[in-house]
Design a binder for this molecule. Sequence first.
Ligand SMILES: Cc1cc2nc3c(=O)[nH]c(=O)nc-3n(C[C@H](O)[C@H](O)[C@H](O)COP(=O)(O)OP(=O)(O)OC[C@H]3O[C@@H](n4cnc5c(N)ncnc54)[C@H](O)[C@@H]3O)c2cc1C
Length: 277
Amino acid sequence: MVSFEDGSSIRARYIVGADGARSTVRHIAGIEFKDPFSGESYDEPPALPSLNFVLADAVLQRPLPKGIALDRVTAIFDACFFLIPLSSSADGNGILCRVYLGYVDGKQDLPRNPTPEYIQDELDKRNPFNEKLVILSVKTGSRYRTRSALANTFYKKIGNSNVLLVGDAGHVHTPLGGQGMNLGICDGVAVAHAIAQHLEGANLAPSEQDDVLIRCAESRRQNGLRVITGTKKLNYMVYWNHGWRRVVRNAIISTVRITPFARKQLALDISGLSNRE
Ligand SMILES: Cc1cc2nc3c(=O)[nH]c(=O)nc-3n(C[C@H](O)[C@H](O)[C@H](O)COP(=O)(O)OP(=O)(O)OC[C@H]3O[C@@H](n4cnc5c(N)ncnc54)[C@H](O)[C@@H]3O)c2cc1C
């Protein structure tokens, strides 16, 4: 039975929780959501270091500093600063860029609506290039608190209903590596196939029929765990920005840059293409 806010309800054989990290479906199904490594619950403030972001789509003055290529992400790990120029938007004096300002100290009082002055001030502190980065306007901006969590199961049988979790309802992690939405779409496709097979297996014994959903849910959960494991490693790119840790981190980045296999694997992981089944 699914109840809606307006008081109505329906009986459903399949309930797919695609309702985000604070999922009501997951909550009602009594499925735990916690960091698979530290065991912290999603509802608790994360232990430090943890990575929060101010993200803004801002028009920056052209030309951009010479060190910023228009066709790729510029990542300044030391300053936890990422810039993605949206080159097709170049117009007159300006170019629209997605600006990520990361905070590794768990800072909580980040602005909900960052102003051009706020972003300019942060850019001035973080910009490693000789030329200044100048904000002309901010189109949209927000703040994000990130942490990792994985549902302890993506499938639960409640009465005759089959509850499945997809997307952020099942897994969340930091955006480094750009996988959250991609992974959620793959979850949705896999669950749709599994439900179709489940329907086709109507003449099987119930437990046999449910196997297809259980297998799908476990496979998607493993994918979530794999991505959380990967993003936790990527977090060290920004956490390790002092002393010997910084030296080790830079050695790893340099090695990846000159090793064709590692570059290819990184590209496959970030694009999500290594996640083909
Ligand atoms: C700073 C940042 C950068 C990111 N960058 C990337 C990236 O580059 N690439 C990438 O792939 N991912 C990225 N992500 C992750 C991505 O945004 C999420 O993984 C994705 O949006 C999750 O989609 P979802 O549909 O599972 O959940 P959501 O986007 O949270 O959607 C859930 C929806 O359910 C609705 N809902 C909730 N409760 C109810 C209810 N009771 N009834 C009805 N509706 C309800 C909500 O209103 C919402 O519309 C980033 C995330 C952050 C924070």
